[in-house]
Design a protein around this ligand. Sequence first.
Ligand code: ZN
Length: 329
Amino acid sequence: MLPRLGRPRLLALTATASPRVRSEIVDRLGMTGARVLVRDADRPNIWLGVRHAATASDRDSLVLRTALDEPGPTLVYGRTRTHVETLAAALSEAGRTADVYHAGLPPSLASYYQEVGRAGRDEEPARALAVAYQGDVALNRFLGTAPGPSRATIRKILGAVGGEPVSRHDVASATGLAARTVSRALNALVDVGALCSDAHGYRSTGVDERAATAALHERRDRLQTLDRSRADLVQTYADSTDCRRRMLLELLGESHPDRCGACDSCEAGTSVDVGDVPLAGGQSVRHSEWGVGVVSAVEADRVVVLFEEKGYVTLDTAVALDSGLLVPV
Ligand SMILES: [Zn+2]
């Protein structure tokens, strides 16, 4: 689209986005020499906390009690539509007016922080409490995985795209597939190099169906690993006894070595300042097995690193550095 418009000056805007997402946007839009402006994502008026529940019913009663105790407006999040409906019904029964909305959010800490940001827009004090239950983490791992185009879809699309450029619309009418299915499959096929796209449309690169399918499987596995590691990171956040705001903000590419003073860990006195920890957010490191990664969050004794192949991995900082497993580069 951009070359067709004569490559005009381009402004791309996002809500809260991690450094990885930011650089992906710059790449995908083909922006060269992009000036990236990031506003501090900190919302210091929002208190952060986590409570742990042993069973699903403990989780629900904890959620309901918390919501009923809050005097002001409250947003209650649940992983599935059914769960949201059950919670809303229980709140109504307890005399609290509750409306239902479920958008099917991807499970990640970045999206969690985005949702948290709906609180305290008036800059008055607000509270964000996550109720952690092991079963939900397993569900998140499951829900996080997008299936990718089916074999039949790949066949139809490769059959409809040849050496002459064709548009998305052409491919949709030639294959009879839904526009959304076509868009997703075309993006995936371009991603793995089975098709190429330019101002005139999509063209084949001569990659056959078999090779394209194999490449798509590999791509799906890679995305799956990343999605699962993102879901696991929610567990790392829930289990942390260190400053919660620091972890959320560092994952978004900000450096916050000091304690925030407005989360449950800081209140409990278990948070520590990490100014003298040998690794810092954004720093590149090399792992002896997983290659180069970027430090995504630093705690007193743990570090979260994003590796291309492995996704987000939480490591014991002292063990990883002392053994030479992880080397700053
Ligand atoms: Zn804190």
